[in-house]
Ligand binder design. Structure first.
Ligand SMILES: Cc1cc2nc3c(=O)[nH]c(=O)nc-3n(C[C@H](O)[C@H](O)[C@H](O)COP(=O)(O)OP(=O)(O)OC[C@H]3O[C@@H](n4cnc5c(N)ncnc54)[C@H](O)[C@@H]3O)c2cc1C
Length: 395
């Protein structure tokens, strides 16, 4: 049986950086990766451009339960250390509106420099190694694969990711291993995910993108207002403001099992009601056809929807339907379309200084497998890099 000082389970963002950090510290390291290649999710990140971190990594951009842990880990591997880590690998980056990307605008560049460093450090990778069990032996810990391979080590770093985009490798099977070690798994929910709405308006306007402001109403409680692009789709709503609001909605639907979940959409956030009213009144007086009442304000396709509004209809009702349109949310598009996972291994069960399990000695966790999730904008990869780095250091 092959033996290493450190076995890293999962070769995604967290696992690769954990391996680099452990190998630089001088120990023997192996990566056990389920897929035939490393870093599939890195390649898909940022629409193929990889938004690798953010200029502002304050803990408040992460889920409340994880903030103290995030703060502790970012103190050890902060933004400037992350940037110099990549700079030293030869990756040039730039920042746009706080989001940091490789200058090549290619996620493949990020993965390439990481893989080159693994090669330089002679870190072996066991591909197609689907870890299915971790057990103790007299000399340390044994990691077994589904097809019967075994590797032994002293220290195990588990970086098997969350449940999103299962085709890229992380499909949640790693939670079972954490559970068998005695860990609590906070129920995983899909985040940054499009929403399902049974409303004919979405069907009629599918493909249309507008600037909108949205907020949730969950059991009568109003959520934070978020502005950004909204995309109408055949099944409901997508676009950046929907992805940003989706976490609280997903939580309400999937973890709290609430039924009374809706979204209020302001489809003309750049105009006050009065201004909108004046335009509609003026155009109606000028005998403008119903379908052209909002020409120049909303895409022309909205005309077909307005056409069905009778002339006598109350202008207030029209304005309300544009500025406070309620959509009842019936679901999310689930794991195949979510960008990250909320939930995972409970953060109270790891040592915040090292990320070592408080339950099983010499077992560490990093990346999305932990109940740590940040906003869109580079926060999830930043967590993966930093937590991976810290787990590689100790032991
Ligand atoms: C489409 C998309 C776009 C995104 N864009 C961004 C972005 O631009 N910026 C940002 O910050 N975040 C982004 N994210 C989120 C970010 O990519 C993830 O949070 C991050 O990659 C998590 O890293 P990780 O190493 O923890 O997990 P992963 O990258 O998921 O890696 C886990 C690895 O473990 C392997 N594995 C799983 N189970 C086993 C097992 N049993 N045995 C062996 N190996 C196993 C998997 O195959 C995988 O390679 C995006 C996510 C998606 C899906």
């Amino acid at each position: 049986m092959k033996n290493y000082e450190t076995i890293v389970i999962g070769g995604g963002a967290a696992g690769i950086v954990a391996s680099i950090s452990a190998a630089r510290a001088g120990g023997s390291v192996v990566i056990c990766e389920k897929m035939p290649q490393l870093g599939r999710k890195i390649l898909a990140s940022g629409n193929g451009r990889c938004n690798l971190l953010n200029d502002d990594l304050r803990p408040e951009f992460y889920n409340a339960t994880a903030r103290t842990l995030v703060e502790t880990i970012f103190r050890k591997f902060n933004k400037s250390r992350m940037l110099s880590f990549f700079e030293n690998l030869g990756l040039k980056t730039y920042s746009r509106e706080g989001r940091i990307f490789p200058v090549t605008n290619q996620a493949a560049s990020v993965l390439k420099v990481l893989e080159m460093e693994l090669q330089r450090l002679s870190v072996p990778v066991e591909y197609n190694f689907n870890c299915s069990a971790i057990s103790s032996s007299r000399s340390g810990i044994i990691v077994s694969s589904q097809d019967g391979k075994e590797i032994s080590g002293t220290k195990i770093i588990i970086t098997g990711g969350g449940k999103t985009y299962p085709a890229f490798g992380a499909d949640g099977n790693i939670y079972e291993i954490a559970r068998t070690l005695g860990h609590t798994i906070i129920e995983p929910i899909p985040c940054a995910v499009p929403l399902v709405v049974k409303d004919n308006l979405c069907f009629l306007l599918q493909g249309q993108r507008i600037l909108a402001r949205v907020h949730s109403i969950i059991d009568g409680k109003t959520g934070e207002s978020i502005q950004g692009e909204l995309l109408f789709t055949r099944y409901g709503l997508s676009g950046t403001c929907i992805l940003d609001v989706s976490e609280e909605i997903s939580l309400a639907l999937h973890r709290q099992h609430k039924n009374d979940v809706s979204l209020v959409v302001d489809m003309v956030p750049f105009m006050e009601k009065e201004e909108l009213r004046n335009i509609i009144v003026r155009r109606r007086k000028g005998k403008v056809a119903a379908e052209d009442l909002l020409a120049g304000i909303l895409p022309n396709k909205f005309g077909a929807v307005l056409k069905s509004i009778p002339e006598k209809d109350d202008i207030d009702a029209i304005i309300t339907s544009l500025k406070e349109r309620h959509f009842k949310i019936s679901g999310t598009r689930g794991w195949n379309e979510a960008e990250f996972t909320g939930g995972g291994v409970a953060v109270a069960e790891v040592n915040p200084e090292t990320l070592e399990s408080r339950i099983k000695k010499n077992v560490y966790f990093a990346g999305e497998i932990l109940d740590v999730n940040g906003k869109r904008g580079g926060y999830n990869l930043a967590w993966a890099w930093a937590s991976g780095w810290v787990t590689g250091l100790t032991g």
